[in-house]
Write a new protein. Structure first.
Lengths: 271, 849
């Protein structure tokens, strides 16, 4: 594991890059507003954040903090109301559906909480899907590396309904990695898994960062999951409020308590 | 529970609409058939009643049935004066009615003539039993000289004639065409129009000169009753003074007789249309079963929740059936409305082929409404029963589970059941072959139906190799998108099979008809080539008879060696109508080589007949027997001199001599002339001579053997096209079925579609995926359908080989085109579901629970 024992002091600068060099994804002054006029709600209210290349970052926050919205906007699944989003050097604003699709296909990998695989395809076919729809041949060596990392070699011919939840999620991770995307977005990847299966999946994501300098951004509400990451960014009320470097589960839990308390207090005072 | 049903219906308006569509189309066809035939019947009723007076005096037996020809018997004009003495009578009018007088338009085209009669008579001022005058003068003067006529308003309008114009007429008399000045227009009393019939009015004396050799006779005498005298009283009074050989009928009886004759024809049209309605409903049933199965599958968790909360099996079952009931009510209502539009369409279609209904009412009878609802509701409930039963079997615990799988009957059991049905169907067909006539054909038909349904049951298994073969082509051509589409098609074999079954049934029938049609055409060619020796043929493409004057004129031409005349008529043998052909035995040999199964042409005399092989078989007649044929004028006995095989140049049940037919009291009118030229004569000059004789008459044309064959084949094509057009409805239902299934599948797979989009599948790829799936379903249906169509076509051709279709010919290129067209149908069916899939918002799709 790649973790420091020392507890870093909470930083107030959220644009600093994580270990490694360069920025894999960046949000700048991002606002996302739902509804219009008096009924409008800002899910994201001026979020600026850099996600360093080759780092494993967790995005956390209470329900309604905007963490899922942020991920959807970063991952080219949703558009922002204002501000800029970059994947590598590419700014998403102004891209059409075709270009966004191509971007997702070539630069981004996805792992969702549930319903992650196409049920009619085998594990191998699912893993190769992003490449084959792009009409590309998988790099054999890289494919083998990914398969061995997730430990699924004997399950490649199985269909999703013949696999356990953990196995399915590992297949999904393999699929996200096989096209060597610039960023992998994981949306509560362990949300449906028991602790043993969660550990497998998280360990695998960690390894992909350590061994292959993969960039992974994960939305989670689980402090244990967050403890696998290099950095945790906390969101509340559509803003970045804090971050932790090399967090432990206890650090994260502590921070979450503070945030929840503040959010409850804020809600009360607002009324 | 009713509330749940109701909310479901409202919440799923689109699905409701889609599943109602099958019902709508099926019911529309049923309603349309009835509305249209009612309209036809109403129009004919109008004509019959509008031309019938209180009492009609006719030669005995005339008007009892349609003998095709004109009754040659007449009534002496002196009878009118005698009947005028009766104090029960108000009006006594002698009418000379002639059929086969047609109007040629200004552009030289025939007006009407494709079935509806061309009537000519002398003007009268009679009041019909409807209370209206039969005819009124609308404009101008009545004709009074030999070269003057009046026409009915509609006919003059269609032909483009104004008063004072010179009108060209085709007549059954001599001369066969004539020109006359239009002096006036008459209006026919009935509002329903003339159903395409045309009316030409002549002066009383002129019509006698032209068509009755100047004799002072009438074809019928009409009487109206004096004040306070009933039809029956008047008839009885008339009967008292009638000479032998004549009879008096009350207007009501006469009209009823006519309506019975017309009713047989209308009944045939109605049955014909209802056959297609039945096909549409069978196909629609598949669509409904499928739609409800999918809906139940998608709602299984919700249904399980109801069960968990304490709803009984029966309640769940009823909830689904209640939904089906509401759908069927809505579908039947819309179908009834659409049926009305369809009837208008049919009216236009039949108008094109000459059955002009004019402004006839399109009545929606209570019977039509009730039948539409009964058919719609019953078919829907039957179709929804299986899915409803399956829904009720959902166990409550499934509400708690993530993936709810419905218990389905195993494919194996289904396959075995299908195989048993196919075996039973084959057995029925074999029995049908062993049997004979209508019974045999009925068994063969039932066998086909059983096989069709059996194959539909087996389709999930039978279809697999076809889809897989298609799948490997897809993979090669479209890569991953192709294999995704293939996997989707194989994912739910029942659903795929049921969806393609609709198209399968349609294409089975289309392929079957195309094979029969092609075989009929080839058989026609063969018959003409083998038996026809005459070089030239004069015929009327619309089947109307023509003046015997042409044969005489052509016979006089230089270079013509012989003219063989054919005439047609109908008679009754017992209760069944039989079709007669008549020919001059002397010149028969010059026209064609009549193949003879038994007996000899040497024994062919005026009191003898040849019988067709089918009629000989079905009525158990053999050479040497005596047969009694009933004509309007009375029965005639004939000796059977021989049996001829069906399918040669001679159609019909019996072949008589010209003289034999004339003795039966039918006025001579020709239907076909076969002309042989002298050995040295040039065909061109003979043709030119004949063309000259036929000039002015666009209805009667000259052909050589090939052109004659083409004309016959053209008739076959017309019938085929009408059948294709009607089967097109089944195809439309099938397309809707595919659209429906795909649309529901897309909804069902919303999350999967979202996932695919998220990991980089483009909209275009997604659209191709849905399209390829659709094409796979259609091609599966087409392949199964065409294969069965070929099998049925071969079987049916064998079954009716002795009825003239003795050569089997399979139009392979055409069948290939059908499969390709089915692929296009798939593309068409996929348009909306593909658009829907591509339009799904990625984010909404993947966050949908």
């Amino acid at each position: 594991m790649f973790k420091s024992a020392s507890k870093p002091s909470p930083s107030t600068s959220y644009t600093a890059t994580a270990p490694g060099s360069g920025v894999a994804a960046r949000a700048f002054e991002v606002r996302k507003v739902y509804g219009e006029g008096d009924a409008s709600v800002a899910a994201l209210d001026g979020v600026s954040i850099d996600f360093g290349a080759g780092a494993f970052t967790a995005v956390m926050g209470p329900s309604g903090s905007g963490k899922s919205t942020l991920m959807h906007c970063m991952a080219a699944l949703d558009t922002v109301s204002a501000g800029q989003v970059f994947i590598g050097d590419i700014e998403l604003a102004g891209l059409g559906d075709k270009q966004l699709t191509k971007l997702r296909r070539d630069k981004i990998g996805f792992v969702f909480q549930a319903y992650n695989l196409v049920p009619t395809l085998t594990a191998q076919e699912n893993i190769e899907l992003p490449l084959s729809i792009a009409g590309r041949k998988p790099d054999r060596q890289w494919f083998d590396t990914v398969i061995d990392t997730v430990g699924l070699r004997d399950r490649l011919g199985h269909r999703p309904n013949q696999l356990s939840g953990g196995q399915q999620q590992r297949v999904a991770c393999a699929r996200a990695l096989v096209s060597r995307p610039d960023v992998v977005f994981a949306d509560e990847p362990t949300g449906n898994l028991d602790s043993a299966a969660s550990a497998e999946v998280l360990a695998f994501l960690r390894r992909s960062v350590d061994d292959h300098r993969q960039t992974v951004i994960m939305v989670t509400h689980d402090p244990v999951a967050a403890s696998y990451t290099d950095r945790v960014v906390f969101l509340a009320d559509g803003r970045v409020v804090d971050e932790l470097r090399n967090p432990t589960a206890d650090d994260v839990l502590e921070e979450m308590k503070v945030l929840s308390a503040r959010s409850v207090a804020g809600t009360d005072s607002g009324r | 529970m009713f509330k749940v049903t109701w909310h479901n219906l409202i919440a799923r308006k689109l699905r409701l609409a889609l599943s109602a569509f099958a019902i709508v189309l099926g019911v529309a066809f049923v309603a349309g058939s009835f509305i249209f035939t009612d309209a036809l019947g109403g129009a004919f009723d109008g004509i019959v009643k509008g031309t019938t007076a209180d009492v009609e005096v006719l030669p005995r037996g005339a008007g009892q049935f349609d003998s095709f020809g004109t009754d040659a018997r007449t009534i002496p004009a002196s009878l009118v004066a005698e009947l005028s003495q009766l104090q029960e009578a108000e009006q006594v009018v002698g009418t000379d009615q002639v059929q086969g007088v047609f109007v040629i338009s200004k552009e030289g085209k025939l007006i009407g003539g494709n079935g509806p009669p061309g009537l000519a008579f002398n003007y009268n001022e009679l009041t019909a039993i409807t209370g209206d005058r039969i005819l009124t003068v609308a404009d101008g003067q009545l004709p009074s000289a030999r070269d003057e006529v009046a026409l009915d308003v509609d006919t003059a309008d269609k032909a483009g004639y104004d008063i004072g114009d010179e009108v060209t007429l085709v007549t059954p008399g001599d001369p066969p065409t004539m020109k006359a000045v239009l002096t006036g227009l008459v209006r026919f009393g009935s509002e329903g129009g003339l159903v395409g019939a045309t009316i030409t009015v002549f002066d009383d004396q002129v019509i006698k000169d032209l068509f009755f050799d100047g004799k002072d006779v009438y074809t019928n005498v009409s009487l109206t009753a004096a004040e306070g005298v009933s039809q029956v009283q008047l008839r009885d009074a008339v009967e008292g003074v009638l000479p032998e050989g004549l009879e008096a009928l009350t207007g009501d009886d006469f009209a009823a007789d006519q309506q019975e004759i017309i009713g047989e024809i209308l009944g045939f049209i109605n049955t014909f249309l209802l056959v297609f309605a039945a096909v549409a409903l069978v196909v629609g049933t598949f669509l409904i079963i499928n739609t409800f199965s999918i809906l139940v599958a998608q709602r299984s968790r919700e249904l399980a929740l109801l069960r968990a909360m304490g709803a009984s099996k029966t309640q769940v079952n009823r909830a689904v059936l209640a939904e089906a009931f509401v759908v069927s009510l809505v579908g039947s209502t819309v179908g009834l409305g659409l049926g009305y539009l369809l009837a208008i369409g049919l009216k236009a279609l039949f108008g094109v082929i000459g059955l002009d209904l004019g402004a006839a009412d399109m009545p929606i009878e209570l019977r039509t409404v009730l039948l539409s609802y009964v058919v719609g509701v019953i078919v829907t409930l039957i179709a929804a029963y299986l899915p409803a039963r399956r829904a009720s079997r959902i166990s409550p615990v499934q509400a708690m589970r993530d993936d709810v799988a419905l218990a389905e009957t195993s494919l194996r059991r289904r396959f075995v059941l299908g195989a048993v049905m196919v075996a039973g169907g084959v057995a029925l067909m074999v029995a049908g072959f062993a049997g004979s006539g209508g019974r045999g054909l009925l068994l063969i038909g039932l066998g086909m139906l059983a096989i069709l349904l059996g194959v539909a049951l087996m389709a999930p298994v039978l279809g697999r190799p076809i889809i897989q073969a298609l799948g490997s082509a897809y993979r090669g051509l479209f890569g991953t998108v192709g294999s995704l589409a293939t996997e989707n098609t194989l994912r739910n074999p029942r659903r795929t099979a049921a969806t393609s079954s609709a198209l399968m049934i349609g294409l089975t029938l289309v392929a079957l008809m195309s094979i029969l049609g092609q075989s009929a055409k080839v058989s026609t060619d063969k018959a003409i080539e083998e038996s026809l020796t005459a070089e030239l043929i004069v015929s009327n493409a619309t089947g109307q008879f023509f003046s015997t004057a042409y044969a005489g004129q052509i016979r006089e031409l230089d270079g013509v060696a012989s003219v063989t005349t054919f005439r047609q008529a109908a008679a009754k043998m017992g209760d069944s109508q039989v079709y007669l052909q008549a020919v001059d035995p002397e010149s028969l040999g010059a026209a064609l080589q009549l193949p003879v199964d038994s007996g000899s042409l040497r024994g062919f005399e005026d009191q003898s007949v040849f019988v067709s092989s089918t009629r000989a078989k079905s009525s158990n007649i053999d050479v040497g027997d005596s047969v009694k044929l009933n004509f309007p004028a009375g029965p005639m006995a004939f000796d059977v001199a021989g049996v001829f095989p069906v399918g040669g140049a001679v159609a019909g049940d019996f072949l008589l001599t010209l003289e034999g037919l004339q003795r039966s009291g039918i006025k001579p009118e020709d239907s076909l002339l076969f002309i042989s030229k002298e050995p040295g004569a040039s065909e061109a000059s003979v043709r030119a001579g004949i063309e000259d004789v036929l000039a002015d008459n666009p209805t009667v044309t000259l052909k050589n053997q090939k052109e004659f064959a083409d004309e016959q084949k053209g008739l076959i094509n017309t019938v085929l096209y009408i059948i294709y057009a009607l089967l097109g409805l089944a195809i439309i239902i099938a397309i809707l079925g595919i659209t429906n299934t795909l649309a529901l599948s897309v909804i069902e797979r919303t999350r999967e579609v979202g996932l695919l989009r998220a990991i980089g599948v483009s909209r275009r790829q997604l659209r191709s995926m849905v399209r390829l799936e659709s094409i796979a379903i259609s091609v599966l249906g087409a392949v199964l359908g065409v294969v069965m169509g070929i099998a049925f076509g071969i079987a049916l051709q064998r079954a009716i080989a002795d009825q003239g279709i003795d050569v089997l010919s399979i139009p392979w290129p055409q069948l290939g085109v059908f499969v390709v067209l089915a692929g296009l149908v798939g593309v068409l069916a996929a348009v909306l579901p593909a658009r829907r899939a591509a339009k799904l918002n990625v984010l909404d799709a993947i966050t949908t629970e």
